[in-house]
Design a protein around this ligand. Structure first.
Ligand code: 0X9
Ligand code: ZN
Ligand code: ZN
Length: 305
């Protein structure tokens, strides 16, 4: 059964989502991003308390093994709908939320049933017996440039045979385009390392025009997390600058090609002790950090105009 003291299967998440949509029919709306290679439905939920709110898009579990991301995304959905805390109510009611808890549905099911450490999609390659591409290298923005992805189908960061070759990423790109005039913030949930990563991903030689603003926004997130009693610390910078070059990622495509001005990768807990196999006792603390961090991030965006 569904809960946040354990990690849930895709079937459990889908059933829980159905329950939420049925319980909050006026505030929530289900949407379909598209179909995966194996024919699963990629689902999302819009939460909207009133019209003309600024929109925030959360993409989660694009990497199959990063289970803390969908656990956190579902916890946030629940908080936005049920919390009586004033900060959470303000956050929930003054934004329109578009949340995709599990984007890489095939990979996610595969991590539950076959290989806990699977990262990529599950679409076979035409040139190799290795399966899948890195969905976070498959967007059409500086695709495969600057050693930001591998052309080897067996590599974990294989960019795919062409941009948007993966049906999940083609579908997500169409969904982003369909709502891009309604959103100015995109948050891509990943794990692990406790980082806030801004564009650019494809080069560390250049920085985006609003880089200083994005760093202020990231600092606000990190400071908010540090205000909690857990002692968790986040570092921040551009993706290529403080992590490694990675081209064709969601946030870079949304920022570079679609004009989404605040576009962040958030790498959740931990810093490597457990890595992707983060024990479930971390779910709620991590989600609390995400909640207070996102609240501070959006508040800072508002201040900056
Ligand atoms: O490599 C990735 O895709 C992300 N790290 S992870 O360990 N979750 O795989 C980081 C992506 C950040 N880079 C860009 N946005 N370009
Ligand atoms: Zn380029
Ligand atoms: Zn990831």
């Amino acid at each position: 059964s569904f809960g946040w003291t354990k990690y849930n299967s895709l079937a459990e998440i889908d059933a829980w989502l159905d329950g939420i949509l049925a319980a909050y029919p006026t505030i929530t709306e289900g949407f379909i991003v598209g179909q995966s290679y194996e024919g699963r439905t990629i689902r999302g939920i819009k939460i909207s308390y009133k019209s003309n709110n600024p929109g925030v898009l959360i993409e989660s579990n694009i990497h199959a093994r990063e289970w803390i991301t969908s656990a956190t995304a579902t916890w946030l959905i629940n908080e936005f709908l049920t919390s009586t805390d004033e900060l959470v109510r303000d956050l929930a009611e003054n934004h329109d939320w578009y949340i995709v808890p599990v984007l890489n549905v095939d990979g996610f099911v595969y991590t539950h049933e076959k290989d806990r450490m699977w990262r990529k999609t599950r679409q076979p390659s035409e040139i190799s017996s290795c399966i899948g591409a890195d969905p976070n290298r498959n967007y059409d923005s500086h695709w495969m440039e600057n050693e930001g992805a591998s052309s080897n189908p067996c590599a974990e960061d294989y960019g795919g045979p062409k941009p948007f070759s993966e049906p999940e990423i083609q579908a997500m790109s169409e969904f982003v385009i369909s709502i891009k005039d309604k959103i100015n913030v995109l948050l891509a949930f990943h794990s692990y390392s406790q980082l806030l990563l801004s564009p650019y991903g494809h080069t560390k030689e250049e920085f985006p025009p609003n880089f200083d603003d994005m760093m202020e926004v990231a600092k606000a997130y990190g400071d908010a997390v540090e205000s909690l009693p857990y002692g968790t610390v986040y570092r921040y910078g551009s993706a290529a600058g403080i992590l490694y070059p990675a081209s064709g990622a969601t946030i870079d495509w949304a920022y570079n090609e679609q004009g989404v001005e605040i576009s962040y990768t958030i790498e959740f807990r931990d810093t490597g002790r457990y890595g992707f196999i983060l024990p479930p006792v971390h779910i709620i603390p991590n989600a609390e950090e995400a909640l207070i961090g996102i609240a501070a991030l959006l508040e800072k965006c508002k201040d900056l105009g």
